[in-house]
Write a protein that binds this ligand. Structure first.
Ligand SMILES: Nc1ncnc2c1ncn2[C@@H]1O[C@H](COP(=O)(O)OP(=O)(O)OP(=O)(O)O)[C@@H](O)[C@H]1O
Ligand SMILES: [Mg+2]
Length: 472
């Protein structure tokens, strides 16, 4: 069972937290190789097991922070053992060794909570690099004695993102689940749904939250400058390269690189990016020196990358690399329950920003927001409320404070039945004219019955909606 325990005293610093590592592989040759490779790191205690059932017992004996796990083993499989490890302590960093390139297995394992995988045969150096990165993260962010569960409770994604609908609660759960482990994540969602906000929240929840969060907008990158921007360059690499320059990968060292609009990255550049992601290493333009980078990747897109890959518009291998762990954000139309919360949040934000004292909105605004389709999602809602707060005169924003196209939009019922779905402006107009008729044209009386001021009634009558009310 226990075949190796390194001489800690000879190579470890007393200042370093001891990291326990368990290597589980039924092939003794591979296990010994892995053990030897990672024992080179300072202050680590590497133990080996050749069978998953025994390994499960060892979890409780040695409490490993890291487990290097062979995925395919006889008896209890690596996948089953992974379940048990995550159940035992979700903060354990599990690195998988897969016998062959099995994307489906690797995806399932990463989704369960593994943090990385290596395909056999692997380079000893690559293994060392990945394990050393994990060790650094553990030492840097979890001083010995810290209870990882303590951190997760209060500081969830809810701190930065608004949402109480079931769809958002599921997203938050998923973010909490993957934040400690992920190496790369793909956020897929429609425009304006909060992809960048989610990326920042994931970074803040991750063990590298103290490191940099660097944004690379792939849609804005000039093809010829891609390499120099991402990987940097050395002096003299090209005309104008007057001194050495670090690229975005190096800037993000010890933190997160956010690859926004990844679907817009031209095909020839995708191969270059894939190499950097696979090897976790880059070369500055004009230099032969290979630099290892310790960077977490979050990519975001509103495009269907799987469909693009099928149509040869996106590299399939890059897609698989990025999409191992995926987060899908819901459309605003699919989480209407969050509208009041978001509305309140943005009213407060823009009321402050414009130095006003706006406390809320009228009931008619709620109807307006509820009936709109929100193709631009949260960003569209935010812009609409910002507009309303800017022009509002009173303490409450009202329908007339919203942009005209939104006011006159008949919303989600538009396609189904325009006749049955008059706009707010039309409903107001119809109601006002009906009551006015009943009051024999007495505007004072009509306004009173409608519960609005005479001025408002004048405005409603004056702004007679031109769309369908003429025929209605
Ligand atoms: N859940 C949320 N809670 C609070 N604000 C949000 C939420 N989702 C999005 N927002 C706000 O909506 C705006 C758009 O969000 P963000 O830029 O993250 O979206 P995106 O999906 O990256 O958009 P695009 O596709 O246009 O790049 C931002 O101002 C953001 O703060
Ligand atoms: Mg964005």
């Amino acid at each position: 069972m226990l075949v190796y325990s390194p001489e800690m005293d000879s190579k470890s610093s007393p200042m370093l937290q001891l990291i326990n590592i368990l290597v589980v592989d039924d092939n003794p040759g591979v296990a010994a190789l892995v053990q030897e490779a990672i024992s080179a790191a300072p202050a680590v205690n590497v133990q080996v097991s050749h069978d998953a059932v025994e390994a499960e017992k060892m979890l409780h004996e040695i409490s490993p922070e890291i487990v290097v796990l062979d995925l395919i083993m006889p008896g209890l499989t690596g996948m089953e053992l992974l379940d048990k490890i995550i159940q035992w302590n979700p903060a354990t960093s599990v690195v998988l060794l897969t016998g062959e390139y099995r994307v489906d297995y690797a995806v399932a394992a990463l989704q369960k909570g593994a943090c990385d995988y290596l395909t056999k045969p692997f380079e000893v150096e690559t293994l060392q690099l990945r394990i050393n990165t994990l060790i650094d993260e553990i030492r840097h962010h979890q001083p010995s004695g810290a209870n990882p569960e303590d951190e997760s409770g209060s500081d969830g994604p809810e701190k930065w993102m608004i949402g109480k609908s079931p769809a958002m609660v599921a997203v938050f759960d998923r973010m909490r689940q993957i934040a400690p482990h992920f190496r790369s994540v793909l956020i897929h969602a429609e425009t304006g749904t909060g992809k960048e906000l989610a990326a920042r929240a994931l970074h803040r929840l991750s063990p590298v939250s103290q490191g940099p969060f660097v944004v690379c907008n792939c849609a804005a990158i000039v093809e010829t400058l891609f390499e120099s921007q991402l990987f940097g360059y050395v002096k003299g690499a090209f005309t104008g390269a007057q001194k050495d320059h670090a690229g975005l990968f190096e800037e993000a060292e010890g933190g997160t690189l956010f690859l926004d609009e990844i679907g817009e990255l031209p095909l020839p550049l995708q191969g270059k990016l894939l190499r950097a992601l696979q090897e976790r290493a880059i070369q500055r333009v004009g230099s032969h020196v290979v630099r290892h980078v310790n960077v977490r990747i979050i990519a975001a897109t509103n495009r269907d990358l799987a469909a693009m890959a099928a149509a040869n518009q996106f590299r399939e291998d890059l897609y698989y690399r990025l999409a191992m762990v995926k987060i899908q954000l819901p459309k605003l139309a699919d989480r209407r329950g969050d509208l009041p919360l978001l509305e309140r949040h943005f009213i407060q934000k823009y009321s402050e920003q414009f130095g006003k004292n706006i406390t809320g909105s009228t009931r008619r605004v709620k109807v307006l927001l509820e009936r709109h389709d929100w193709p631009g999602n949260v960003r569209e809602l935010e812009n609409a409320i910002a507009h309303a707060c800017m022009v509002a005169g009173g303490e409450k924003i009202d329908v007339q404070d919203f942009p005209e196209d939104l006011r006159n939009d008949s919303g989600r019922h538009a396609v189904r039945s325009r006749e049955l779905a008059p706009t707010i402006a039309e409903m107001e107009y119809r109601q006002a004219t009906m009551i006015l008729q009943q009051c024999d044209g007495n505007k004072q009386q009509a306004a009173q019955r409608l519960g609005i001021s005479r001025n408002t009634l004048y405005r409603i009558l004056k702004e007679r909606p031109m769309t369908r009310s003429a025929t209605a």
